[in-house]
Design a protein. Structure first.
Length: 332
């Protein structure tokens, strides 16, 4: 039984609290938040005790799940590492790559298990896509098409602290791209604009973008991202190879079709992103716990975190200057 502490009692923290509480191999020992009232409320809901942040790192828990605000991640990662705790941290470690590298150095020195919250690797359809590629079913990957279209623009207060579309939304797909292809990009070019909400443009960000990448193998990739659609949450990935193609398709909320006369009506997509990918959070937690129990399990680690952040940095730079940008060498 792995004893966990949870830091963060907001929206994502609440989701993690539920998964921790339900996991048969986990004991949710404490919940902490800088807002003590939130910690008390969530702890009561999941039959555990609230704690201060300091108490978490002084406790005898085995692991700390960090789901607090982004600005606190690097500090809490370092404190958990120094306390000898295993770490599951929501992305990113920090919006500053230099600060993230400092936290990673602490993790490596302490030699504690670390997982970054790139939960989409644990989406069952995306995982099956990876299996098909690894089995050689499509041959050599030559072209990758990825779509990430959120159903609704987040609140402006969130946009202000998100780090921008490249570091907040697209970064998940930078990680997926490397993981799915066993490859890394060497060059990136981003086009973007504030097409759905001019307020985002006034903040220096974009809500709609096309990202093109050249991989080290020579393969090409394209990612399209939007902050809002008029039809639900839309996510898909296609791998085109020398011998075939595999696709993790758009998924309707239900697989129902109604036929009347010459017309067909089908269910549309999920109303929000959580409905589409919620199970990937519990699947990711399960992989981390199995790793803590000694199983040989793959999950996104500190290298994955820094690699995706490096790509996001280059993407943001390309967006800023309007030119292709070379991506730093392989992250180890």
């Amino acid at each position: 039984m792995q004893r966990f502490a949870l830091i963060g009692a907001g929206f994502i923290g609440s989701l993690h609290a539920r998964n921790l509480f339900r996991h048969p191999g986990v004991s949710l020992e404490v919940i902490a938040d800088i807002d003590a009232d939130k910690a008390v409320s969530l702890a009561k809901q999941y039959q555990t005790r609230p704690a201060s942040i300091d108490e978490v790192f002084a406790s005898d828990v085995d692991a700390v799940l960090i789901a607090s605000s982004t600005a606190t991640h690097a500090e809490y990662v370092e404190r958990a590492a120094n306390a000898g705790k295993a770490i599951y941290c929501e992305k990113p470690i920090d919006l500053s790559t230099q600060r993230a590298e400092q936290a990673v150095a602490a993790v490596r020195e302490a030699k504690v298990p670390f997982m970054i919250g790139f939960n989409r690797r644990f989406d069952e359809s995306h995982a099956a896509l990876k299996e098909a590629m690894m089995a050689g079913e499509i041959g050599r990957v030559e072209l990758v098409q990825m779509t990430c279209r959120s159903q609704a623009t987040p609140p402006m207060e969130y946009i202000k602290t998100s780090g921008g579309q490249m570091h907040d939304q697209a970064i998940h797909f930078f990680d997926l791209l490397c993981w799915l292809t066993n490859d890394e990009p060497v060059e990136i070019h981003v086009f973007g604009g504030a097409l759905s909400d001019q307020k985002i443009g006034q903040l220096g960000d974009v809500d709609t973008s096309i990202i093109t990448l050249r991989m080290a193998s020579g393969a090409l990739a394209q990612i399209d991202c939007t902050r809002r659609t008029g039809y639900g949450y839309d996510e898909r990935i296609e791998l085109f190879g020398s011998e075939g193609m595999a696709e993790s398709r758009r998924q309707p909320s239900r697989h129902l079709s109604v036929y009347r006369g010459k017309h067909e009506r089908r269910d549309g997509l999920d109303d929000d992103w959580l409905a589409r990918i919620e199970t990937s959070f519990s699947n990711g937690l399960n992989a981390f716990v199995r790793g803590l129990e000694g199983e040989d399990v793959s999950y996104p680690n500190v290298t994955s975190a820094l690699r995706a952040q490096s790509i996001a940095d280059a993407a943001a730079r390309s967006l800023q200057i309007g030119e292709r940008v070379a991506i730093a060498g392989q992250i180890t």
